[in-house]
Design a binder for this molecule. Structure first.
Ligand SMILES: [Ca+2]
Ligand SMILES: [Ca+2]
Ligand SMILES: [Ca+2]
Length: 730
């Protein structure tokens, strides 16, 4: 007996150690349940909604060992940028006032990072995200728990998670993948992954794709063409799929399990399918495996906490709690409304424009926090802490959590925003006014994408009207409906305004020269980003020997990163890469080379006479507005395409495309240079041949030959006898 006890003791020890392991927070389940995040680390406040810089979320999560709290709520617009999360970080989104935090317009990346607790954050990528990328990327991430978050609007998938380990997603919404793919999440090689109580909604497929070892219980998958997808690969994959509800919507399908092969080892139990779209939850038990190898036992035999409900119970819990549900934003509310229609509502979307854009997320008032330790005075007093001294990382309140964790955990529940004080209600309108003013302000300063000045003035007038309304409000009598109506009115004004954008290059100066360059590489540009390390490819006028048939090529310049590091890009000031713009009407322009005076056309050869070209808005490349250089009004599309690099290694020819396909090698940035148009030797036509040319320096001394560089005076006598003296530059 004694011997038996001795052999059991080490096992018992292991068991007790497991029991004693500290949860990330009460309610944490699955393989990521023991992440410690930024426990005990520096408390960092997010104090503004900027995309980066001091006080921003991007800055707060950029260094390891931090516990991130929010002094503001609202939309963090990171269009053209991304947020990268370091290791050992807690993001306590539930501390944000108002309607919480939404990240919009760019990617969130936690690849290769370890030990992250992320709660109550919405990540909505959108059409500005590169079309081959995802809203959230967790490649090779370890020990992460994502709780009550929303991830949506990913062009490739909403989430990319490759070769990750010990991951939990719980009570999250994975919604509305956008074009081109409209998919939920893709993985390859992830091990020890738990997904439970998540809502997968309006994704065409991959809810998720399960090329991994995964535990998937109590999820609700709604309005999909293909539900959960097998790994269908040569390698073996193991999927424990338990007590989930698959519910068809307006785009719905019977394919709740799709693309499964024998290498997928599927343990399926307690899963239900409701395909009748009748507004009632009345599904039937799923008993088929659709090509997967059926398993009698789950693959995972784990010790971490799991609170598994029936599929019907899980549906109710998801409706009540899923997403950043402390206060749901308009989109998450819409998803829940669609889900609870049980088949009547829901849709795949092309992008956020189909659902009125990001909308507003109201800020709120930050509670008083005298010592700035992240815990409000009132809460500290109620819990016997010191509101006059930083005691965030002390463990006064026990339970294995720091004081700031106790505070954050206390907020992790649904709240109703008070709807009686007028000041609270007014915040959504104030926020809409701020958005309108920002929109009008940006429109005034943006010279590449213009708005008619009447439209800008009209929007500003509507914003001041709303401000005057707020100033006149009587807190005793105003109702939420009245405020909401004013917000709707202003949002509509903003939506109308956005439709008036002039999508062509406009507002240019005829007094200065411009460079036109692409970051696109050929071949392989399909997957290339506009990276700061990619050399610019300048449109360049090669003058022919006979002066008759100038051709247009591209020449390599330096990368943005090299220029930022202080290097001078000689190509940027090479006169053959300098162009001037002149209005041609209807958004078209004449583009003339500053060195030769030849006109650009969508051909390899330049023209002696003006040819109208339309620079039509494409996307942002490296934070710059990019255009297609187009020859038509949409009916007969042709545009420049960066061709193969030739054997000189300095540049190459241009190809031509008949599609506005979303390829970076078709996109051109137009950038103003410091070079004035007037100092360039602009010949009126490439065909004029002077009979006599003399060169002088700026002091008036005649030179033997044309200088190779710098300023000089050129004295020309044309064949028709016309004399011309001009200051020139090479
Ligand atoms: Ca039904
Ligand atoms: Ca405090
Ligand atoms: Ca304190």
């Amino acid at each position: 007996m004694k011997k038996r006890l001795l052999t059991l003791l080490p096992l018992l020890g292991l068991f007790l150690t497991t029991l004693a392991q500290q949860l990330a927070f009460p309610g944490a389940e699955g393989f990521g349940a023991y992440a410690t995040g930024g426990r005990g680390g520096q408390v960092v406040h997010v104090t503004n909604l900027n995309a980066d810089g001091a006080g921003s979320l991007a800055d707060a999560v950029s260094k390891p060992g931090r516990f991130v709290v929010f002094d503001v709520g609202g939309v963090i617009d990171i269009t053209g940028k991304s947020i990268t999360i370091a290791s050992n970080i807690t993001i306590a989104g539930q501390t944000a006032p108002g309607e919480g935090i939404t990240i919009y317009g760019g990617r969130v990346i936690a690849s290769k990072s370890k030990n992250i607790i992320m709660r109550y954050i919405r990540m909505r990528g959108g059409k500005s995200v590169n079309s081959s990328k995802c809203t959230l990327t967790l490649d090779e991430c370890e020990n992460l728990i994502m709780d009550h978050c929303t991830v949506s609007w990913g062009p490739w998938d909403n989430v990319h998670i490759k070769d990750a380990n010990n991951i939990t997603w719980q009570y999250c919404i994975n919604a509305e993948g956008i074009e081109p793919q409209r998919f939920g999440s893709i993985t390859d090689g992830t091990r020890n992954w738990t997904i439970h109580h998540c809502l997968w909604i309006n994704n065409k497929s991959r809810n998720p794709k399960m090329k991994c070892y995964l535990q998937y219980y109590n999820n609700v998958v709604y309005n999909y063409a293909m539900g959960i997808v097998g790994g269908h690969s040569a390698a073996d994959n193991y999927q424990d799929v338990m007590n989930n509800y698959f519910i068809a919507g307006p785009n719905g399908s019977y394919k709740y399990f799709d693309d499964w092969t024998a290498t997928d080892h599927l343990y399926s139990t307690g899963n239900y399918y409701d395909g009748n779209c009748d507004g009632q939850l009345n599904g039937t038990l799923i008993t088929d495996y659709n090509g997967a190898t059926p398993m009698k036992q789950p693959n995972f035999n784990t010790t971490h906490p799991m609170n598994v409900q029936t599929a019907a119970e899980a549906y109710a819990a998801v409706v009540e709690h899923v997403g950043a549900s402390r206060v749901r934003d308009s989109h998450d509310k819409r998803y829940i409304e669609q889900l609870t229609s049980l088949g009547k509502k829901g849709a795949f979307i092309a992008n956020e424009d189909d659902v009125n854009g990001i909308g507003t997320v109201a800020n709120g008032k930050k509670p008083r926090d005298t010592d700035g330790d992240g815990m409000p005075d009132e809460w500290e007093q109620a819990n016997g802490l010191n509101p006059q001294a930083d005691d965030a990382c002390a463990m006064t309140l026990g339970g294995g959590y720091t004081n700031i964790e106790h505070y954050a955990n206390s907020l992790a529940q649904k709240i109703e925003l008070p709807d009686d004080p007028a000041s609270t209600m007014v915040r959504s309108l104030e926020s809409a006014i701020e958005n309108a003013l920002a929109l009008a302000g940006n429109a005034k300063t943006n010279v590449t994408l213009g708005y008619p000045s009447e439209a800008v003035e009209a929007l500003l007038a509507t914003a001041s009207e709303a401000q005057a309304y707020i100033d006149d409000i009587d807190p005793a009598t105003v109702t939420k409906e009245e405020i909401d109506a004013a917000v709707t009115y202003l949002n509509q004004a903003m939506a109308d305004f956005k439709t008036k954008v002039i999508n062509t290059f406009t507002g240019f100066s005829t007094d200065v020269c411009y460079n036109i360059f692409s970051y696109g590489m050929h071949p392989g540009a399909r997957d290339a980003n506009a990276s700061t390390s990619t050399e610019r490819r300048y449109l360049y006028n090669v003058k022919s020997a006979d002066g008759q048939r100038d051709s247009l090529v591209y020449r390599l310049g330096l990368s943005d990163a090299s220029i930022a590091s202080g290097k001078t890009d000689a190509m940027a000031s090479d006169a053959a890469a300098l162009w001037t713009f002149r209005e041609a009407g209807n958004g078209f322009v004449y583009v003339q080379n500053a060195k030769t005076g030849a006109y650009m056309q969508i051909e390899r050869l330049l023209s002696a006479t003006p040819v109208a070209i339309r620079p039509y808005y494409a996307k942002n490349d490296n934070g710059k507005t990019a255009f297609y250089m187009d020859a038509s009004n949409g009916s007969d599309i042709r545009c420049f395409n960066v061709g193969e690099l030739d054997t000189t290694g300095k540049g190459g020819p241009l190809d031509f495309s008949t599609l506005h396909a979303d390829r970076i090698r078709l996109r051109w940035v137009i950038q103003e240079t410091g070079v004035e148009a007037s100092v360039i030797n602009r010949m009126t036509t490439t065909l004029s041949t002077p009979v006599s040319v003399r060169y002088y320096n700026l002091q008036g001394v005649q030179l033997n030959q044309q200088p190779t560089h710098g300023f000089y005076i050129e004295h020309r006598i044309a064949a028709n006898g016309r004399r011309d003296v001009r200051k020139s530059y090479r």
